[in-house]
Design a protein around this ligand. Sequence first.
Ligand code: ADP
Ligand code: MG
Length: 368
Amino acid sequence: MSSVRVVARIRPLLKNEIDKDTIVAAESPDGEETSNPTIVRIPNPKNDAESFSFQFNSVYEQEATQQQLFESEVSPLVKHLFNGFDVCVFAYGCTGTGKTHTMRGGKSLADRGVIPRLLSNVYRKCRKIEKDTAGATQVEVAMSYYEIYCDRVYDLFEAPDKRTPSGLPIRDNNGKTVVVGLTEKPCSTLKEFEHLYDQANINRSTSATKLNAHSSRSHAILCVKITQTTEDTVRVSRVSAIDLAGSEDNRRTDNNKERLVESSAINKSLFVLAQCVEAISKKQSRIPYRESKMTRILSLGQNNGLTVMILNLAPVRSYHLDTLSSLNFANRTKKIEVSEVENETVYRNVAKPLAATTHFSGTNITRQ
Ligand code: ADP
Ligand code: MG
């Protein structure tokens, strides 16, 4: 068992914030400036003389680069992925705190976020395995990419005007939640992946202009499936990279009716997520996963294997209350234990009992 690894990332001040009050600070436990910070300190909104501190696995300060965050937090997951574990990285935080910047990032090499860097490492590892085994192990990579908006699941490979308004159904398959009818595209090179990923992101942003900053209100879920095949075995594992909807309390900022319907659906899934986290951290027997699609899919603490949560924070006072509520949420999340369940290798040799039913289906069989 291991806990969900929770790391906080404080974004730099934006151009229009330069003269603003910075209220979120990173600290090291021993007070040494040279050591790595693990504490976030923030004033008590009711009394500036007091402050609250929150401890995480690591805290990244304003000047931390995309490369540093990736190398320390995400790159180590690649080994586990190829050893047959599912891994999950998700970004949580209010709109404007840097979730999309962290996960997707900008176009320049230095600005690339977690997702393109992760895929770059995955392909490098694929080539290495194929080389080291002299081609005896073949690795296939396939991706699906979808969003959950108002508790409906939409395939991001489908143009917004071609979508079924009610979205795609989800169901349980061997203890894992799957989206039924989701497009899965093979992508054997980084170039192919980037092309498909960019295309799908255009579908996401097209709905953004139509639907009023839709992207901050939807959860975007990228799932990359790795299939390692030898003459005798097939091993499947998955990495999920999730850019969650903004966690701000929309009720405070917005009372337009249509957007309220939207935001209550978003708030509901994040609210259910918070309830799940609360229930898991208190070791309650009933975890309300099933009450929203996002929590069913995320299944935190169920089958996830290794999970890293990146808590994105803005350093300025205008986010004060939302930052505090994000910190409280993250504080509970870090107590969640996940079982690292290795996906079973499926033997292709018919003499082995598993082969007949599972060999060609490509589904994961998890050990109970
Ligand atoms: P979110 O997805 O959480 O709504 P964004 O990723 O869109 O937030 O970030 C909001 C703004 O802050 C964007 O203009 C983004 O480029 C900028 N930003 C966020 N994080 C960083 C960072 N670490 N370095 C530089 N700019 C950042
Ligand atoms: Mg975003």
